[in-house]
Ligand binder design. Structure first.
Ligand code: PEP
Length: 254
């Protein structure tokens, strides 16, 4: 069984930074440089987890260049399903791979809710990502109303059933559980709720695939969240825009 197999006691954690629509070239390069310097100084084991940075598309080349040799991977924040074509404003999985990306975030709530993307669209995007050799980071999570109605686990199951194509494996899929109400709000799920939902996700995805938690992860709450057995890392938005905060979260994996 491979390195992520169930018979391994511990899956290497992954901490991914989603910069969203933030950063001009100079700030992006400075942020990436700060992280690259720390990763290089930390040596072979890095901070004790794998690191991934997902800058806006305009910064992929700049940030990719700065991260080169640091061991920090590069990812996209979204992509179209098609390899090319008349899709104004979109970026294809092949373009992300060509820019040096190894991962792409798909189905983020800001895409689902801000751009009307449903599970069928997300599924096609995942297939596109795989075609280009990218690992898909699939985001799932319930809204506040759905949680209050006691439907959090059902919603997450429905999203997984509708968006994970056959062919999913621990090598091509990471799931990020991100309660919508916790993203960018400073609110986080209780550790008990995170563990319960993520154990439910574990039963529905390929053996050994990593499950990240996302939603207002910060240096103060990271150790508790990342210490949960069912949490294989974090997807970090706001706190990934600061070198010290992102590095502190990464270090909490150790
Ligand atoms: C995200 O955008 O995926 C996210 C988790 O954001 P934040 O950490 O700011 O809540």
């Amino acid at each position: 069984m491979g390195p992520w197999g169930r018979n391994m006691a511990v899956r290497t954690k992954l901490v991914a930074g989603n910069w969203k629509m933030n950063g001009l070239r100079e700030e992006g390069a400075a942020l990436a440089r700060g992280l690259a310097q720390r990763a290089i100084a930390a040596g072979r084991g890095g901070p004790g987890c794998e690191l991934l940075i997902c800058p806006p598309a305009s910064l992929l080349t700049t940030v990719g260049g700065v991260l080169s040799g640091s061991g920090i991977a590069l990812g996209g924040q979204d992509c179209h399903a098609a390899p090319n074509g008349a899709y104004t404003g979109d970026i294809s999985p092949e373009m992300l791979a060509d820019a040096g990306c190894s991962h792409v975030i798909l189905g983020h709530s800001e895409r689902r809710h801000g751009h009307g993307e449903g599970d069928a669209v997300v599924r096609e995007k995942i297939l596109g990502a795989w075609r280009a050799g990218l690992v898909a980071i699939l985001c799932v999570g319930e809204t506040q109303l759905q949680r209050q109605a006691g439907k959090a686990a059902d919603i997450v199951s429905i999203q997984l059933a509708g968006s994970v194509p056959s062919g999913a494996a621990s090598s091509n899929l990471v799931v990020a559980y991100e309660p919508v109400w916790a993203i960018g709000t400073g609110l986080t799920c209780t550790l008990e709720d995170i563990a319960t939902i993520q154990a439910g996700i574990r039963a529905l995805i390929p053996s050994g695939a990593r499950i990240l938690y996302g939603g207002s992860v910060n240096p103060q709450n990271a150790a508790g969240i990342l210490g949960l057995a069912e949490v294989d890392g974090a997807l970090v938005g706001g706190a990934s825009l600061d070198v010290d905060s992102f590095w502190a979260i990464a270090r909490a994996c150790g």
